[in-house]
Design a protein around this ligand. Structure first.
Ligand SMILES: NC(=O)c1ccc[n+]([C@@H]2O[C@H](COP(=O)([O-])OP(=O)(O)OC[C@H]3O[C@@H](n4cnc5c(N)ncnc54)[C@H](O)[C@@H]3O)[C@@H](O)[C@H]2O)c1
Ligand SMILES: [Zn+2]
Length: 377
């Protein structure tokens, strides 16, 4: 393999199978790849203002060169666009652009744009195909893989949505060069998650190579491809999350509660919440005797080494609001949509590299663990 050969990961979903093309500068091949799959198509590119500044012209030029006519729909950056108002804006613009059943929606951006444009594609004329061009690390390793699309309700995140698989994913690792270092780090938490939940050898590789991933180069491609392969394998087994797909929620039950406690604000990015959540899940597993304390410490050490928050006290404004209060965090966890009839489902560890789904975890155990955690800090 030379530096310029993209890595292709296939998501094996029968008639809905598709390729994820990963590599530096693969965005330039977007037009040719789309034209090969869908000759004569037209496309609307949905993106946000930040991404448009850096990558829209390149995407448009590639599509134009392949003879694909495009229109552009630019939303404001940030989670606020994943809303009824954002959906209305994108849907109306798609209709105005005359995107029809055989045309395409192209999502160029992070997870916000991918979820929003994917959902708009799922409901436009009862479903048009879409292509994901993820430009954040989180989107490249997580949100662009697996077909979950949707928007937020004022009552909670991701409460409205549809499963709608893309027909192609183009992950250009060079796009990450314009991402802020903090956003890159937050996305890295999801990369580490794949190691912790199912692949000890990958975790060990990350421990040794994380600096190279941040710098760019082939280590970055390898990390992204390995992450996509891990998610694709789980999604192929359980597309609609009736079983194993829940393993991907490692760190997320705690993490979502922390995001909610900080008002889903810039104080804590999603991946940062996942980082703290993963450490809590590992510590909780250790407190239940499922793994040695040294394994929990290993997970924490790696996340701290890349500069991610690993403790509740690392979160801005920790002492205020609900963050230092075990009962308030319990209430937030009970609102998580993964809760069934009041019993908590946690993803716990049997080893670094082996996560298990623990259903019906007693609330009192979690509360006591959090209280002890908070006392220790
Ligand atoms: N569908 C799924 O399976 C799934 C999985 C995980 C997360 N998500 C969703 O993904 C969203 C979070 O995704 P995210 O972290 O990518 O957030 P995001 O889309 O808001 O991107 C983060 C920020 O980085 C900017 N950005 C993105 N790419 C850039 C680039 N190449 N250069 C410069 N700036 C760039 C964006 O404009 C934004 O300001 C959440 O809404 C979450 O619910 C979905
Ligand atoms: Zn996540």
């Amino acid at each position: 393999m030379t530096d310029s050969d993209p890595v292709i990961v296939n998501v094996a979903l029968g008639s809905r199978a598709y390729d994820i093309v990963i590599g530096r500068d693969v965005l330039a091949s977007l037009g040719a790849r789309v034209a090969a799959l869908r000759p004569g198509t037209r496309a609307a590119i949905v993106t946000d203002r930040n991404v448009a500044k850096h990558w829209l012209e390149l995407a448009e030029a590639s599509l134009a060169q392949a003879g694909i006519a495009t229109s552009r729909i630019i939303v404001e950056e940030g989670e606020g666009s994943k809303s009824y108002a954002g959906l209305e804006k994108v849907s109306e613009a798609l209709i105005a652009a005359k995107i029809e059943r055989n045309d395409l929606v192209i999502a160029l951006g992070g997870g916000v744009v991918g979820d929003l444009a994917g959902f708009a594609a799922a409901i436009l004329r009862r479903g048009v195909d879409f292509v994901q061009v993820p430009t954040s690390l989180l989107a490249q390793v997580d949100s662009s893989v697996g077909g979950k699309t949707g928007i937020n309700s004022p009552q909670g995140k991701n409460l409205l949505g549809a499963f709608h698989q893309p027909m192609l994913v183009i992950a250009d690792t060079a796009a990450l060069d314009t991402l802020s270092p903090r956003q890159f780090r937050a996305g890295y938490a999801e990369v580490a998650k794949y190691g912790v939940l199912g692949d000890e050898a990958f975790f060990a590789w990350l421990e040794a190579n994380h600096a190279e991933i941040f710098k760019g180069g082939t280590a970055r491609e390898y990390a992204i491809a390995t992450s996509c392969r891990a998610k694709a394998a789980i999604v192929a087994r359980d597309e609609r999350e009736t079983g194993d797909r829940a393993l991907l929620n490692l760190g997320h039950t705690f993490g979502h509660a922390l995001e909610a406690a900080t008002g889903f604000s810039d104080r804590l990015f999603h991946g940062e919440g996942v980082s703290v959540g993963m450490v809590l899940a590992a510590q909780f597993s250790a407190s239940l005797g499922m793994i040695p304390q040294s394994d929990a410490a290993r997970v924490e050490r790696h996340l701290a080494a890349v500069g991610l928050p690993t403790h509740l006290r690392d979160i801005a404004g920790f002492a205020q609001e609900g963050l230092a209060d075990a009962d308030a965090l319990m209430t937030l966890m009970a609102q998580d949509k993964k809760v069934r009839r009041g019993r908590l489902t946690f993803i716990l560890l049997e080893a670094v590299g082996r996560a298990v789904i623990a259903r019906d975890v007693e609330g009192a155990l979690v509360r006591n663990f959090l209280k002890a955690e908070l006392l220790g800090k």
